[in-house]
Design a protein around this ligand. Sequence first.
Ligand SMILES: [Zn+2]
Ligand SMILES: [Zn+2]
Ligand SMILES: [Zn+2]
Length: 276
Amino acid sequence: MKLHFFGTGASEGVPAVFCECEYCKKIRTLGGKNIRLRTSVQLDDHILIDFSSDGYAQSLFRGMDTTNITHILITHSHEDHFYPVDLLRAAPPYGLNRTIPLHIYGNSTVTDKLNQSVGDILSLENTEKYLAFHTLSAYKTYELDGYKVTPLPASHDPRECCYIYVIEHNGKTLLYGHDSAFFSEAVWEFLGDFHFDCVVLDCTMVDHTGIFEGHMGLPDNILVRKRMLDNNIATEQTLFILTHFYHYFNPLHERITPLFQEKGFIAAYDGMDLSF
Ligand SMILES: [Zn+2]
Ligand SMILES: [Zn+2]
Ligand SMILES: [Zn+2]
């Protein structure tokens, strides 16, 4: 599997839009790998995980080829992961000449919001030729273009069933694990049946912990990795990737890369490619 990270910032982006903190000021000057848009990751050629309000800019300036995308998995309805209005532009009068529908998968909050937005910006005729919405249930495995996808409940926002995803393809297994705090015991029990080649984790709090509910930081990521190694569901060869960084915990690429590496993690940045 190949992953490409289009966005590695938390909900506000890095630098945060109106922020004048010391880190945002520094990051505006430094640019490069320190600039972090909102979350979206491409899996191989045709699948995206999450599509935020930065999706359009990512398609213009960061190489996201939306014409090639046929399946989009949404983790949850927070706006840094899900921007329904632009997703609906796959249908006319905005998206013309597309020959296959764009399939969008998520929890019931996500598909409810998509259905509500259809009435706002599209005529209801023929929408299904261009857009297909799929409400997924936790712990159920779905076949999606040769990929086996299982949504699991994240520990994130009790107002909806936010998902993390187990994705299996060609003998490889990915855990796409954010946004989430430390996983519930029910999720740990389910994960016990897998061997993961790659694990992507929430590192909103960078090297802090216990500040934001529903998220993790490096100390929590270390506990997740240890438990996965102890339970033989990951090995030293498993890639552990940290992403979704909050601006005020100093997520400078040069600072966090060695810090995370020492603990067995890779610090994601916008534009990072991985294969496993
Ligand atoms: Zn988020
Ligand atoms: Zn800031
Ligand atoms: Zn969220």
